[in-house]
Design a protein around this ligand. Sequence first.
Ligand code: HPA
Length: 235
Amino acid sequence: MSVHISAKKGEIAKTVLMPGDPLRAKYIADNYLTDSKLVSKTRNIFFYTGFYKGKEITVGASGMGFPSIGIYSFELFTEYEVDTIIRIGTCGAYTTDLKLFDILNVENAASESTYAKFAWGIEEDAISNQGSAFEKINETAKELNLTVKATNIHSSDIFYRKDPAVPEIAVKHDCPAVEMEAFALFANAKHLRKNAATILTVSDIIPTHEQISADEREMALRKMMELSLETAIKF
Ligand code: HPA
C-alpha cells in the first residue's frame, strides 16, 4: 500500500497505462485485459492489473491536473517499482489545423506551473517525454498504420479562463493543443529516471467550440487505447 493506492506490493505491473478517468481505466480493463483484477479503489481511482497478449499491464486513473497525476505517478514509480507510465488522455486544440480525433504523441510539455521547480528544482518551462516510450509509440503507430503527430503540448493548470487568446507559453513553445497532466508526469519521471510518455486524442477545437460527443468518445478513444496497449507489450 502507498498513501493513495491500496494495491499490495507486486500487484502493479512494471508498465502502467494512465487515462484521467477511472471509468476509462475500467473500460480498458473490461474490454482489453484478460484475468484483470481491481487492485486499488481508494477514492474511486481504480487500478486494474491484467494481461494483454500475455504481458502483465496495469491500467489506472490519474485524475485531473498536476497535483493528482503528480501523486499517483510518484507513488507508482517509487513504491511499486513501475518503470513506465503512458498517459492516455484528451486535449483541446488551439488551432483548426488539428481536427477532432487526431492522435498526438507528446514530445515536450510546456507549462507556466511551478510544479517541477518546487518539487524537483527543475527550472525549465518545457520538459520532454522521458526514456524510450515516445519512440516506441511512434514505431507502434507505424506498424498499426495509424497517423500520430509528434507535437509539443501546453500543460495548463487552468481549464476555464477569461482571456480567449492562446496563452503566451503555448506560443513560445509552438504548442497546438492543451491538456493538464503531462508536465507533472514528465517532471516526476525525469527526477526519478523513469519512462513516461503521453498520447492524446483531440476532443475539442477551442476556437470553433467543436467537441467529440459523449457517444463518439468511447469509439474515438479506442484507437489511442489500442496504440498504448500495443506499445506497452514492447517493454
Ligand atoms: N483544456 C485543458 N484540458 C483539456 C481540454 C481543454 O480545452 N480539452 C481536453 N483536455
